[in-house]
Every structure is written in C-alpha cells, then in structure tokens.
Design a protein around this ligand. Structure first.
Ligand code: ADP
Ligand code: MG
Length: 230
C-alpha cells in the first residue's frame, strides 16, 4: 500500500449553533491512497460532504488531524492552505460548477490562467485534456449546450489540469442518466490509476467501478470493503 495522499485522524465536526447543533462527524479515521478509486457511501445527512470538505481542506474540523501529501494542515495559514489545495487537490461537484459564459475549452484554460499559464501552450493543454475524455469536438461549445455527462467531463478535466495528486468528487453522477453516469465513472476510474480518487455517492450504479468502498452512517465509518480482492 502506498503512503496515503490524504489522511484524516480523529475527525470530529460540529456544525450549527444552539438547538440546531449537529455532530456531523463523530471521530472519523480515513486514509485515501494513490492508485485507487474509493467510494464513500452513506445515506443523505450521514456526513459525506462534510468529510470530503474537511479532507479537501475547505472546512476546518472541530478536532482531528488532516495530513495532505505528508504535511499536517492544522498549523498552516489560510494562504498556505489555499496553495496546498491548488497544488494537491482537484474538486468535482454534482452540479459541475462550470462558468456558463465560457466555452468548454475556456473553462479549462481559466484554471491554467490562474496558475500563470497562458497563450498557445494553455490552449493546447486545454484542448488535449478535452480530447482525453472524448469531447475535443465540443471545445467551442458553451456548457448550456453540453449534456450533463459532457459538462461533468469538462469539470473533471478542469480539476485535473493543475496536476493534483487527489481528486475529490461529491456525488459526481447524481444528476446524470445511466449512460452519462457510466462515462463519468469510467473517466474517474482511469484517473484513479495514477492518482487518488475519492467519490462521495449514494448511487449504486457507481459500485462496479470501486476499488474500495467505505461506508459512513450518522457521522461514523461503519465498515469498508475491497470488492476486487474478494
Ligand atoms: P451528506 O453529504 O452525507 O448528505 P452532510 O455532510 O451534508 O451530509 O451533512 C451532515 C449533517 O450535518 C446533516 O445532519 C446536515 O444537516 C448537517 N449540516 C451540514 N452542513 C451544515 C451547516 N452548515 N450547519 C448546520 N448543519 C449542517
Ligand atoms: Mg452531501
């Protein structure tokens, strides 16, 4: 087993105030490894998005330690955390989060622009990344004219183009029909050959793609399995 890319230890998260206080995570230990597609499965409200956000250093846990690429995060400044996120972590969301007024290619190029890569080389990289998921011919199309599956593939390439070591995806197939959901899971499974991928889901159609399935309920990990090695 490789060193984990992200490791959460003793993660506790309390959300809300007063009467509305919720113990969203009640002491979670979870490591995510390179070369695996890990599915985090559990019912609505079980703490999946909260855990994903904490592992991705978007939320700070109430207590617990997060280690990303060998570095503990709890002493980092917000600037250092943001730099670590940019370098190590790519996010994919159920609702794609593409800019509606930018073409598919421009959505990917924008990420390169933020990283200081512009001009012909950025255009070529964005184009190549769309080709890698079979939608090069949609490069000049606005998101509103793409299918959900095509939009999600653009979003995955946008997450990948900065070369992160881990992709965290929150319900990436929830808005997709089975054909598009299948295509998106194939892309994520391919990405997981060389990186760590963790997808939060309650979509049983994603199960055949998993190297590892971790189950969460009511803020606690209740078990895990490795379907391919059984
Ligand atoms: P899941 O993604 O598994 O559906 P979440 O991580 O979104 O679950 O939520 C876990 C629990 O925390 C739920 O009970 C939810 O209502 C609660 N929760 C999530 N975000 C907040 C928030 N910002 N304030 C208060 N409670 C929250
Ligand atoms: Mg959620």
């Amino acid at each position: 087993m490789t060193e984990p890319v992200i490791h959460g230890e003793g993660v506790v998260m309390t959300l809300g105030e007063g009467e509305a206080r919720v113990n969203a995570l009640k002491g979670v230990d979870l490591a995510v490894h390179t070369g695996e597609l890990t599915l985090l499965m559990g019912p609505s409200g079980s703490g999946k998005t909260t855990l994903l956000s904490i592992l991705g250093c978007v939320l700070t846990p109430s207590s617990g330690v997060i280690t990303v690429a060998g570095q503990k995060t709890h002493h980092l400044s917000s600037e250092a955390l943001a730099a670590m996120r940019r370098a190590q972590i790519g996010f994919v969301f159920q609702s794609y989060h593409l800019f509606p007024t930018l073409t598919a290619q421009e959505n990917v190029e924008l990420v390169l622009d933020v990283r200081g890569e512009r001009g012909a080389s950025a255009r070529k990289r964005a184009r190549d990344s769309l080709a890698a998921v079979g939608i090069e011919h949609k490069a000049a199309v606005l998101p509103g004219r793409l299918s959900g599956g095509e939009q999600q593939r653009v979003a995955i390439e946008r997450a990948l183009v900065g070369n992160p070591s881990i992709i965290l995806a929150d319900e990436p197939t929830a808005a997709l029909d089975s054909e598009n959901g299948h295509a998106v899971m194939e892309v994520l499974a391919g990405v997981a050959k060389e990186r760590a991928v963790m997808a939060v889901t309650h979509d049983p159609r994603t199960l055949p793609f998993a190297d590892r399935i971790v189950r969460i309920e009511d803020g606690k990990i209740i078990g895990e399995e490795r379907p391919r090695s059984e």
